[in-house]
Design a protein around this ligand. Sequence first.
Ligand code: PLP
Length: 385
Amino acid sequence: MHRLAERVHVIEKSKIEESLVVLERRPEIISLGAGEPDFPAPKNVVEFANKMLKKGFTHYSPLQGRHELREALTKKLKKENKIDVSPDEIVITCGSKEALLLSMLTVIDKGQNVIIPDPGYVAYRPIVQLIDGIPKHLHLREEDGFAIHPEQLKKLIDEKTRAIVINTPSNPTGTVLKKKILEEIADIAVDRNLIIICDEAYEKLIYDDAKHVSIAGLNGMMKHVITTQTFSKSYAMCGFRVGYAVAAADVIKEMKEFKICTTLSPPTAYQLAAVEALKNSDKYVQKMRKEYNRRRKLIVRRLDEIQKTRCIKPEGAFYTFPNIKELEMNSKEVTDFFLKKAKVLVIPGTEFGEFGEGFVRLSYATAYEKIEKAMERIDQAIRKI
Ligand code: PLP
């Protein structure tokens, strides 16, 4: 047995990883566990990437990322997010996950508190702990539609608090934070001199009348916010590993320096392919969104019909987060029950923090027909209890 560093214990064994192993061996199981689009990357982007590789773009990129991509992003950020920045205020990263890590490395000191949403994306807690920060879990409640309650947020802030992580649209709940709530969070951050790290990985996956609002685009907020975005979800380009962070130039400069210790940069040809995605993939994004929406309606309708499950209608991302408390099992037991009796894989809510207890996450990044079948199987299994 090797003697390993203390920090290996920060990473808890993930049910998600366990599930992927189960899936590999048991093809009869329908997975509603997916955390990535089931669509392929846009054809034009794949072709463009191949062309760039053939042309010889097989070398390192500058630490901050290719200038073509940063320039294209300034236009996108201004138009879609009302964030008016120069290329110096953007750093290209290996997915937004690296952007989150670099953000925390740059602004959090040892022993400082970082407020993270709970239930919230699985990477926030370990990243905070790896950089010797202290995660403080903000309980997002079903009765608030899993939105941040500004008064609850205020209660968690003390003299050791340095940053607040927010995520809109949210993984795992699908909640989209309304402008009014974002304005209140912005006021709190300015008042208490806190940095907001805003994870917008699902910004383009928005349904009904919901609108994605970037907190960095609100009046005067740019200097208080680090925004992270990605090509992974909106453009179905997870495997390209192209994400980025947007913040004040002095913050970005230091984030860039840390890249010497991490990835240097995502593959050069893929950064150029991301420019192609920005220019010529709007229709494809719309097509995917339309299909996600159709699946979302199906899954929410079925969750309402099925006994003992109920669900707040999510307005973004590709997840539903139903309440399963009436089943009188905890969320891990319900996951095992669905796997055994319905042959459907879902993720226990507790994977996303202790306040995820009583809920499970069902992803609709899966074919419509498979969702139909999975929901029918869950329905039948619950009827037999
Ligand atoms: N943020 C959220 C909320 C996510 O769900 C994910 C991936 O699942 C990421 C960030 C990281 O994605 P990527 O590194 O592919 O950009």
